[in-house]
Ligand binder design. Structure first.
Ligand code: GLV
Ligand code: MN
Ligand code: MN
Length: 429
């Protein structure tokens, strides 16, 4: 065995660029959840991991799991993130963590390191809520938190259900819904991700360690008015669905800005206007609302208040508002002992860091229901994410990868020590 080298920023970069090239045409990266492009990215990940000495498995939810055997069998320390993107997203969201996993596997392989117990590297399927409304579909299934019925209910904007999308790429939704990972196969998990905010950049730090992951309430709202001729219909007495929706959008912003809701982020990100004609008053508008908070009560209170006030505003305009819950996830507190392993690894290496919350959703929040999980953040330039401008410097990715590797080795040593203690206790009884 030779000493493990530091992460290679150029190799990490070129691996990341290979992934970025796997995209629908258009600005940025579009590689949506449960599409053939996403599956192709998983196949690539699997090839790289096999080359680095891992055994590959794809679970029924489509998550690709690469296992690197240890000296003994037993619970594995794991890492990973996702390979799907939003519409016209960036190169780093999810990819940073999966490419860091590839780099960790390569570094350990090159150095001939034998860990005490196995390590697992995961590419999760369908993390982005952009297509089906629900975030973290693959990790939610892995954690046993989805039902078969849910896979029929979640639909993309073309009406394709999650179940049908899974089947179209060769996955069996029935099997996926009843096949969770076994908690006893895992000792701990660390996901590396780009921050998608600007705390680290402002603090001039390369590393963040996450304590809380925001929850999210997603609602589809439909305003129904009366479509009619734009010239023939007087201004008074109209039931313009878009005018109602416009007021509703501003109300979402107003409620989230109210000091009583401080910390809530409310966004209308998608809006469709029917019939969508220059010369017809809009009769029907459908739009999305995404309300996020690290405080689950405040998240739901904010969402309820926004919808109540939207409904009243629409009624005043002679329009009607209907609301349909798309997804509702609570904030997650990550356990401090795994975070302490990450911060101890940072302290050992003299790496400064900041503990911070995550405004975005992550596979870590689902995996944590099954196996204690931590998150490492690396900076996002100008805090931009879910856009083609998303950017993290190669050296920052490499710094995060080095810390990830150190944290995984600590988790492995800890799990082996715990297993040893249990064996001794077992032997004594
Ligand atoms: C995932 O990136 C999300 O938070 O929407
Ligand atoms: Mn992500
Ligand atoms: Mn994302």
């Amino acid at each position: 065995m030779t000493a493990v080298r530091p992460a290679d920023p150029e190799r990490l970069w070129s691996t990341l660029q290979t992934m970025a090239a796997m995209s629908e045409p258009g600005p940025g990266v579009t590689r949506l959840a449960y599409t053939t492009l996403e599956r192709a990215a998983h196949a690539r990940f699997a090839e790289w991991m096999a080359d680095a000495g891992c055994e590959i498995a794809v679970d029924p939810a489509g998550n690709t799991v690469a296992t690197r055997p240890g000296r003994a069998t037993g619970p594995a320390a794991g890492t990973g993130s996702h390979l799907d993107s939003v519409y016209n997203g960036g190169r780093f969201d999810g990819i940073a963590g999966t490419m860091a996993a590839v780099e960790v596997a390569r570094l350990l392989h090159e150095a001939g390191v034998e860990t005490e117990l196995p390590l697992r590297f995961v590419a999760f399927a369908g993390e982005e809520g952009a297509r089906f409304g629900q975030a973290c579909c693959g990790s939610k299934l892995a954690a046993g938190l989805s039902s078969r019925a849910e896979l029929d209910v979640r639909r993309d904007r073309d009406g394709v259900s999650l179940a049908d999308a899974m089947a179209a790429v060769g996955l069996d939704p029935d099997l996926a819904a009843r096949t969770a990972w076994a908690a006893e196969d895992w000792s701990g998990f660390v996901e590396l991700h780009v921050e998608q905010g600007s705390v680290l950049e402002r603090a001039k730090l390369d590393i963040g360690v996450v304590d809380l992951i925001s929850g999210s309430t997603r609602i589809e709202l439909t305003v129904t008015g009366q479509a009619s001729h734009t010239g023939g219909t007087p201004m008074r007495g109209r039931a313009d669905a878009l005018a109602g929706a416009a007021e509703a959008v501003l109300l979402a912003e107003q409620v989230a800005l109210d000091p009583r809701h401080r910390g809530t982020r409310a966004t209308v990100g998608r809006l469709s206007v029917l019939p969508g004609s220059i010369t017809t008053i809009p009769g029907r508008v459908t739009f999305s609302l995404d309300v996020r908070d690290v405080d689950a009560d405040r998240q739901r209170q904010s969402a309820a208040e926004i919808v109540t006030r939207m409904r009243a505003a629409c009624l005043r305009r002679g329009t009607r508002l209907e609301a349909r819950l798309l997804a509702d996830t609570s904030a997650v507190v990550l356990p401090d002992w795994v975070r302490n392993e990450v911060t101890a690894a940072a302290a050992e290496r003299g790496v400064p860091y900041r503990v911070l919350t995550s405004g975005a959703s992550h596979d870590a929040q689902m995996v944590n229901r099954l196996v204690p999980t931590a998150m490492i953040f690396v900076p996002s330039r100008q805090g931009l994410s879910h856009v083609p401008e998303e950017w993290t410097e190669p050296a920052q990715l490499a710094a995060g990868t080095d810390l990830l590797l150190a944290a995984l080795l600590r988790l492995d040593a800890r799990a082996a020590a715990v297993a040893g203690v249990l064996e001794n206790v077992g032997g004594a009884s």
